[in-house]
Design a binder for this molecule. Structure first.
Ligand code: G
Ligand code: G
Ligand code: MN
Ligand code: NA
Length: 254
C-alpha cells in the first residue's frame, strides 16, 4: 500500500516532504537562529493530508520509527551541505513522534544525522506530552545521553496538555515552546498579556529559552518582546517554507 511505499526512494502514493519555519530572535527579527522542520504530505487522491494525521496513521501501523528515521535522513540530506560546506550554525528543531522516543533514538540520531555531516549541536528535539507515555526518568536518561552529544530539547505545545507544569518541572529540557493559544488576542486583552508574561518569566527562572509560537502581527510582536520572550516562531516573522527558500533567506539575512 501507499503507506509502505512512501518510505521508498521513489514515493508513489503518499508524497512526504519537509518545510522549514524560521525561528528568529524577538529582539532582532533579522537574526534567524534556526528553523522548525515540519512534515508535509500530498496524496495523489486525497490531496493535502495534515501532518498529525500522517503521524497518527504511521504510529497505528507500527511505522512510527520508520517515519522518524525517514525524517532524520531527509533533514540530513537536505541540510547537510549547509553545515559541511557553508559552516552554518543554525538550529534545526525536529518533532519527535511517540515511537521515536525509545532507546534506539541515540543510535538513530547518530546514524542518520552525524554520518551525513550534520553536527549534533545543530539539533533540537521537540517533545510533547503525547510522547511521554514513558516515565520521566527514562526520558531524562535519553535526554542526558543526547545532551552529551550536544543536542538540545524543547517541550512543545506548552500549556495545552493536562499536566504541563509537571512536565516542565520533571523533564530536563532547554527550551519551552509556548503554544500559540497564549499569544492569540494578547493585543486586545491585558490580562491575557500578563498571563503570557508569567509563562515567559517562569521559563526564564527555570533556565529555559522561551520560544513564542504563533506571533501573527506587529502588535503581538512588540508585546512579546516587552515581556522578555527570547525567540519567536510565527507567521509575522516567516511562514513555513521550502528548503530552497529557507537557504535563500539565510543567505540574505545572515
Ligand atoms: O505544520 P502544521 O502546523 O500544520 O503542523 C500541525 C501539527 O503537526 C503540529 O502539532 C506539528 O507539531 C505536527 N507535526 C508537523 N510536522 C511533524 C513531524 O515531522 N513530526 C511530528 N511528530 N509531528 C509533526
Ligand atoms: O509543533 P507545533 O505544534 O508547534 O507546530 C507548529 C505549527 O504551528 C505548524 O504547523 C505551523 O504551521 C503552525 N504555525 C506556525 N506559526 C503560526 C502562526 O503564526 N499562526 C498559526 N495559526 N499557526 C502557526
Ligand atoms: Mn513543534
Ligand atoms: Na506539536
Amino acid at each position: 500500500s501507499g503507506l509502505v511505499r512512501f518510505f521508498n526512494d521513489e514515493p508513489t502514493s503518499l508524497r512526504l516532504h519537509l518545510v522549514y519555519q524560521p525561528i528568529v530572535r524577538a529582539d532582532d527579527r533579522h537574526l534567524v537562529t534556526g528553523a522548525e522542520v515540519l512534515l508535509r504530505c500530498r496524496d495523489d487522491s486525497l490531496g493535502f493530508v495534515p501532518p498529525n494525521r500522517v503521524v497518527d496513521i504511521c504510529e497505528r501501523f507500527g511505522l512510527g520509527g520508520d517515519l522518524g528515521r525517514w525524517l532524520f535522513r531527509q533533514v540530513a540530506l537536505e541540510t547537510g551541505p549547509l553545515y559541511r560546506n557553508l559552516g552554518f550554525r543554525g538550529n534545526l528543531s525536529i518533532n519527535l513522534n511517540p515511537s521515536m522516543l525509545t532507546e534506539r533514538l541515540v543510535e538513530d540520531v547518530q546514524t542518520c544525522l552525524i554520518d551525513e555531516g550534520l553536527p549534533a549541536s545543530a539539533l533540537c528535539l521537540e517533545i510533547t506530552e503525547d510522547n511521554a507515555a514513558l516515565e520521566f526518568a527514562i526520558i531524562n536518561e535519553l535526554i542526558e545521553r543526547l545532551h552529551g552529544l550536544g543536542l538540545e530539547f524543547a517541550l512543545d505545545d506548552f500549556g495545552t496538555g493536562h499536566s504541563s507544569l509537571e512536565y516542565v518541572r520533571e523533564l530536563q529540557v532547554d527550551r519551552l515552546k509556548i503554544d500559540r493559544c497564549f499569544v492569540d488576542g494578547i493585543e486586545d486583552d491585558p490580562d491575557k498579556c500578563r498571563f503570557l508574561g508569567s509563562i515567559i518569566a517562569m521559563s526564564e527562572q527555570a533556565y529555559m529559552k522561551s520560544v513564542i509560537e504563533g506571533v501573527e502581527n506587529e502588535a503581538q510582536w512588540q508585546l512579546v518582546e516587552q515581556l522578555g520572550g527570547v525567540l519567536i516562531q510565527g507567521y509575522h516573522a516567516h511562514r513555513p517554507m521550502t528548503f530552497n527558500d529557507y537557504m535563500a533567506l539565510l543567505m540574505t539575512e545572515t
